[in-house]
Write a protein that binds this ligand. Structure first.
Ligand code: BGC
Ligand code: BGC
Length: 616
């Protein structure tokens, strides 16, 4: 009390007030500074009508070699224009499409489920064309790369042909087939104005508990290498006017060897996990498909979301720059995957600096492009990223764009939209289904079945379910369970194949109590519901209790039992399965379910063999 009185007597109220005011102002200025510092400043690219770049600029001349065109274009670009090229943003994160012009955005994508308001082929074309127009309205008119996950057909689009997932193609062991599937997929993409596929996945899978097993061609390095090459060549053979389709060899590197329980994502078990392999194994088992892809001129490599010995791949200078770019001579661009860059520890700014310096060229942000542009400006200003590294990244991105023929205004004119889901492509998909089927068991020559069988009963969770047949990455990221997307169910395929006199009865759960006698044949189609990525990590992939109960009911109600398994990976079968007459692995066959009846009823032989081990 005493001391306070003493202070107050020394300081008149006015001085106290003044000092407090100064302190408050200082705190506010300090806070403002901190906030401003955290919010990166973002410059825009220079505005100027396209005419301000002469029409006869070398980079516009399609007759010149790509390197010369790149040199010319790069020499005209400002720093902000270069930074814009590194941006890859998910289309739902661009709320004002003028931003594409203002920031000179280099790439956009549709994530799984990233369809336009109306999910029709023509709406896709309109959407992509609209974005492209905004990109071309920039000073230099650099077109966008638009990417999609057409990993088993252009299957984000309702009405597209849905081919078997890669694991089924793996079972075909047929490079010619894979070439044609990739080509047809690319033609359907190009028809909607899209050049860039985030496929093929050329990981060599070692642990089938991984939810992405079906995205790969299997567990053998040789198989993955040869089918990966076929997929790349098939895609690159597709064209529409001057438009070319381009692939993404993904996901570099070693995701097939991640360790169960090591995921960096708390909701997953193995996906986005840690690859524990020594360098020798990495090079012997996992690198060859990428070496081959690079020799085949794949213009893009996507970095995995995994870590290698604890370090995120997108931060790994040794693997991205020393091995991929220097040793293997990769001249294309490295694109990061989804939020992968920001998963590098140390905060967003540090993460961007680390990833770009490690060798990432285009960054799938995938959401906030403004902050990324700000980080890049700051990093260049601070010297944390060199202008040489920036130029190198831009060069690689531009190369992919020139290879895709984007500068020749090749955006589709809509003339081939009818190729989506065309009879020719559906018939190819059906052929792929036939060639992917693997006969796991055939007691007493049960297969092939006679199309003249008098009564067939059909049951099971996947018998009349296109969503399960197609798996994920179909319209929605996680797929859609049930009959929502056009196609032919396995049940319909059976009905269409048997003789007109054959009676086909269907019951989802196999309740055929009212049958007077045992049916001659029972076909039960069971397996997995759709899943994508880590959502599908499963400690114990096996048939569900419901599926087993259905099988048991049909076994009792029929003389011969055929079990067809629709799944993205091998499922553990129970001991009693040795009493099932026939077992067929159908993988995730896609929209053309009739391909299964083609083989069950002997119109075509079984040709597929296992692309990975099926534990019995
Ligand atoms: C997946 C990639 C995919 C990308 C874009 C990521 O989450 O890992 O395989 O290409 O999303 O949809
Ligand atoms: C997107 C996918 C992406 C995933 C990554 C989803 O929302 O649609 O394309 O792969 O997120 O977690």
């Amino acid at each position: 009390m005493k001391s306070k009185k003493w202070l107050c007597s020394l300081m008149p109220a006015r001085i106290v007030f003044l000092i407090s005011l100064i302190i408050i102002i200082a705190v506010m200025v300090g806070l403002g500074y901190i906030i401003l510092k955290r919010q990166p400043k973002v410059s825009l690219v220079e505005a100027c009508p396209p005419t301000c770049t002469p029409a006869d600029a070398l980079y516009r001349n399609a007759d010149l070699p790509v390197d010369q065109r790149i040199d010319d274009l790069l020499s005209r670009m400002t720093e902000m224009e270069k930074i814009g090229q590194l941006v890859l943003v998910e289309k739902n994160s661009v709320h004002d499409s003028d931003d594409i012009t203002r920031h000179g955005i280099g790439g956009m994508l549709s994530g799984g489920g990233g369809y336009p308001k109306q999910n029709t082929p023509v709406a896709w074309l309109d959407m992509v064309r609209g974005f492209q127009t905004k990109a071309k309205a920039t000073r230099l008119g650099i077109p966008l790369l638009y990417g999609v996950d057409a990993i088993h057909g252009h299957a984000n689009v309702i009405g597209a042909t849905v081919f078997p997932h890669a694991i089924g193609l793996g079972a075909s062991h047929d490079p010619d087939l894979v070439y044609r599937v990739a080509q047809a997929t690319a033609q359907e993409m190009l028809a909607t104005g899209i050049h860039w596929n985030f496929a093929p996945d050329i990981n060599v899978v070692q642990d089938t508990r991984w939810g992405r097993t079906y995205e790969t061609f299997g567990s053998s390095t040789e198989l993955v290498t040869s089918l990966g090459l076929a997929y790349i060549e098939g895609t690159q053979s597709a064209s529409l006017n001057s438009a070319k389709a381009i692939v993404t060899a993904k996901a570099y590197l070693g995701a097939g060897a991640m360790v169960w329980g090591s995921s960096s994502n708390k909701d997953f078990k193995i996906d986005q996990g840690n690859t524990m392999a020594d360098e020798k194994t990495l090079r012997r088992v996992h690198l060859p498909p990428f070496e081959t892809a690079i020799k085949a001129d794949a213009p893009v490599v996507m970095v995995g979301l995994n870590s290698w010995n604890g370090i995120k791949l997108s931060a790994n200078h040794y693997l991205l720059t020393d091995v991929l770019k220097t040793e293997l001579g990769f001249r294309g661009m490295v694109v990061s995957d989804w939020y992968g860059v920001y998963e590098i520890p140390g905060g967003e700014y540090r993460a961007v600096v680390t990833a770009i310096n490690a060798g990432v060229d285009m960054v799938m942000l995938p959401f906030d492009y403004k902050s990324f542009i700000g980080y890049m400006e700051r990093a260049l200003e601070n010297g944390d990223i060199s202008s040489e590294r920036l130029d190198d990244a831009v060069r690689r991105i531009l190369r992919a764009k020139f290879v895709a023929g984007l500068f020749e205004d090749s955006s589709s004119d809509g003339s081939t939209l009818a190729s989506l889901g065309s009879p020719a492509n559906r018939s190819l998909a059906r052929e792929a289904v036939r060639k992917s089927l693997v006969q796991l068991q055939n007691n007493n020559k049960t297969l092939p079945l006679s199309p003249n069988t008098d009564r067939i009963i059909v049951a099971g969770s996947s018998a009349n379910n296109l969503g399960r047949q197609m798996g994920a990455w179909t319209v929605e990221w996680q797929g859609i369970d049930g009959n929502w997307v056009p196609g032919t169910t396995i049940l319909d395929g059976i009905k269409a194949t048997v003789s007109p006199l054959t009676v086909v009865d269907y019951s989802l759960d196999g309740s055929f109590d009212k049958l007077p006698n045992k049916a001659t044949v029972g076909i039960v189609v069971v397996g997995e519901a759709p899943y994508a990525e880590g959502i599908g990590d499963n400690a114990h992939p096996s048939l569900s209790a419901i599926d087993l109960a259905t099988i048991e009911r049909v076994r009792i109600a029929s003389q011969r039992l055929v079990v067809v398994i629709v799944s993205g990976r091998p499922l553990e079968l129970p001991a009693q399965s040795s009493n099932w007459d026939a077992i067929v692995a159908a993988w995730l066959p896609g929209s053309e379910g009739e391909g299964i009846a083609d083989v069950l009823f002997g119109d075509y032989p079984f040709r597929g063999t296992l692309p990975l081990e099926w534990p019995r």
